[in-house]
Design a protein. Structure first.
Length: 63
């Protein structure tokens, strides 16, 4: 694997981790608020949509 491919893979992994963290937090917050299973899942998906990709990129580039 060349250097560009490795950097792309690291970036993809960082985005995946940010999405997982957002989904877990969104689901947990919704569950604590008393939403049903379906509502909590929708909240988790919404949280993924709101992931700050610029922040993920800054975290990967050290800016």
């Amino acid at each position: 694997m060349n250097q560009v491919d490795e950097e792309r893979r690291r970036l993809a992994e960082a985005v995946r981790e940010a999405c997982i963290a957002a989904a877990q937090q969104g689901y947990e917050n919704a569950s604590i608020s008393g939403l049903c299973e379906e509502g909590a899942l929708e909240a988790a998906i919404s949280a993924i949509r709101m992931v700050d990709l610029d922040a993920v990129l800054r975290g990967r580039t050290g800016e």
